[in-house]
Design a protein around this ligand. Structure first.
Ligand code: ADP
Ligand code: MG
Length: 158
């Protein structure tokens, strides 16, 4: 079991870069939960992940759309980006998205889904972002299931 991993992110570019590296690791069936308060950098991280996966389409904070599918690019893995912010904590609508079906052929990255989305798979990675008074961020990786071993292999800290 790998302990939590903690990395300092001084700028938005650091968040993007970290996301890119993580995105390069993602395969179909991977579930990543982006946790942390409003403004912590979750969507920025999702943008980095999308860049690392090479998927098509701009990652935004969908105001009206709960989930957006980004078709696969060079890596052959598509990305389903879910932003449950507008559900205001009533995450029952997540069930309507059939994310378990999506997981069969895509990597699924969920903002604001903690408490519900992790039920989709015992195998998931929680990426927790903290914002500090000096505006820097810390990212804490909480691996579950096979992610513990995978993190030990991945070069995410460098
Ligand atoms: P969230 O999706 O968690 O609400 P966003 O990704 O929209 O947060 O980011 C909020 C703001 O924080 C953006 O202006 C973004 O550029 C900035 N930001 C992201 N990462 C960092 C960082 N490591 N240091 C400073 N600012 C950051
Ligand atoms: Mg966001």
């Amino acid at each position: 079991m790998v302990a939590q991993m903690k990395v300092m992110l001084a700028t938005p570019d650091d968040t993007i870069h970290f996301g890119r590296t993580l995105g390069g690791e993602l395969r179909a069936g991977d579930l990543v939960l982006l946790a942390g308060p409003l403004g912590a950098g979750k969507t920025t991280m999702a943008r980095g992940i999308a860049a690392g996966m090479g998927v098509a389409g701009r990652v935004s904070s969908p105001t009206f759309v709960l989930a957006r599918v980004h078709p696969a690019g060079r890596s052959g893995v598509s990305l389903v980006h879910v932003d449950a912010y507008r559900l205001g904590g009533d995450l029952s609508q997540l069930d309507d998205l059939d994310l378990d079906t999506e997981l069969a052929e895509a990597a699924v990255v969920v903002e604001w889904g903690e408490g519900v989305a992790e039920r989709l798979s015992d195998d998931h990675l929680i990426v927790r972002l903290e914002r500090h008074d000096d505006d820097t961020r810390t990212v804490i990786l909480e691996p579950h299931g096979t992610w513990a071993a995978r993190l030990a292999e991945a070069r995410l800290a460098g």
